[in-house]
Write a protein that binds this ligand. Structure first.
Ligand code: HSE
Length: 418
């Protein structure tokens, strides 16, 4: 970008767009001028001068005076067209649209290569936590052993309100919607789609992985039962929707987004309400914990603002892990230690487990703890059906089950009671 001053065309004036409008008014030192805002619903009352608004996207995309397009809509397909056109027209783009970015990542990478235009999206994952730029700039490929994160504010908010303040699921969801945390279609939050979209983006900046979100094993919090919360309480665990990635041998990365029991002294257990948290394990630094608001008008706008500010010095993602290192490969070839609660043993394919080490039959619900291959969970849906609830145990990844079995066997032979 050759322009010194930033002239912004904004798409979307919902929770984030309006937040950005207010934040820009409070940061005159940025010298960024909001020139036009494109909206879908002109009939809605807006808290900004009417002359700012248009419903014609071409008024922004083809205006040569506009050098930055900020896209904060919730329509992934329309947003992709907007972003692609803007980049091809030589404009820099800032987007908060995680669904659009995750689903169109290969095309967006290609367009950036072809045009040299900058596309920034710090707000698309963990809102106010600067996680993308950190993964991109700070960690060398070989040092990043593992990442474990809470990346969706709404589900974390709902779990906190349900299990700590005894709100019902629907009361907690309504509150998340009223607070502007939830997506316009809250199923995207509740069933894990939003989290897995964010995880697909972060896997790229962490490990150079370019995979569609539907290639990642995931679910949300829709099946978590009050009985699970009781088990968690007995075991002194919290229940969180956790996105996790771990480097295995030979450049493979195990990655998934699933509910998980977290131990009460783990950093992620301290993450409540709409906050997000990211724990990074790297070679020499050991563990680092990033914490901040992961949803809401101003926290999201703050990250958009930071991207806009970065454009003043022509900042671009270099996609270092993808282009300058040997990219890693997403794998489902590992085992997971899971807790399952269910109503009837008939729904559970017991033979698919490597082993089951704990089971309990209550009157209404039963549960087991066992080890199962991740590929099996990715291929099958029984664990999402018939009111079955799957929650990972703490430290759930087992890379090589044969070694664990051999160890168990040798301890048994040595007479050690397991
Ligand atoms: N619905 C999203 C969340 C908004 O709850 O995390 C922020 O991306």
């Amino acid at each position: 970008m050759q322009h010194q001053s930033l002239r912004i065309g904004l798409f979307g004036f919902g929770v984030v767009g309006e937040g950005l409008y207010k934040v820009l008014q409070q940061t005159p030192s940025l010298k960024a001028e909001l020139t036009k805002v494109c909206i879908k619903h002109p009939e809605k009352k807006r808290n900004a001068p009417t002359q700012l608004f248009t419903t014609d996207k071409n008024n922004l995309l083809w205006d040569e005076a506009i050098n930055v397009i900020v896209e904060v809509t919730d329509d992934a397909d329309a947003a992709f067209e907007i972003v692609a056109t803007a980049l091809r027209n030589g404009k820099a783009v800032v987007s908060a649209n995680k669904k659009m970015l995750a689903e169109h990542l290969p095309d967006l990478l290609q367009i950036q290569l072809e045009t040299g235009s900058s596309l920034l999206y710090e707000s698309a994952a963990c809102a106010s936590i600067p996680v993308i730029r950190n993964l991109e700039e700070y960690y060398d490929n070989d040092l990043l052993h593992a990442i474990k994160a809470i990346v969706n504010g709404s589900t974390n908010f709902i779990l906190t309100k349900m299990f700590e303040e005894q709100l019902s699921f629907s009361e907690a969801l309504l509150l998340a919607q009223q607070s502007g945390f939830a997506e316009s279609n809250p199923v995207l939050d509740v069933e894990g789609y939003d989290a897995v979209n964010k995880w697909a983006l972060l896997l790229n900046h962490a490990y150079g992985i370019v995979e569609h979100p539907n290639k990642i094993l995931f679910t949300g919090i829709q099946s978590i039962h009050t009985a699970d919360a009781q088990v968690a309480q007995e075991k002194k665990y919290e229940i969180k929707l956790v996105a996790q990635a771990k480097k295995l041998k030979e450049g493979n990365v195990a990655a998934f987004v699933l509910p998980q029991f977290t131990k009460s002294d783990e950093p992620l257990s301290f993450v409540k309400n709409e906050y997000n948290g990211v724990v990074i394990e790297s070679g020499f630094a050991d563990k680092q914990f990033f914490y901040g608001k992961g949803a809401g008008s101003f926290p999201t706008a703050s990250a958009v603002l930071s991207d806009i500010a970065a454009l003043r010095y022509q900042y671009k993602y270099e996609y270092k892990k993808l282009y300058h290192h040997q990219p890693h490969t997403l794998t489902h070839d590992f085992y997971l230690k899971v807790y399952l609660s269910f109503t009837d043993w008939h729904f559970i394919p017991k033979d698919d487990f490597e082993w089951i080490e704990e089971w309990h039959a209550g009157e209404e619900r039963k549960y087991l703890v066992g080890v199962i291959h991740a590929q099996h969970l990715y291929n099958q849906n029984w664990w999402k059906a018939n009111e079955t609830s799957l929650i990972l145990m703490p430290e759930p990844i087992i890379e090589n089950v044969e070694i664990v079995k051999l160890k168990k066997r040798s301890l048994e032979l040595a007479g050690v009671n397991l």
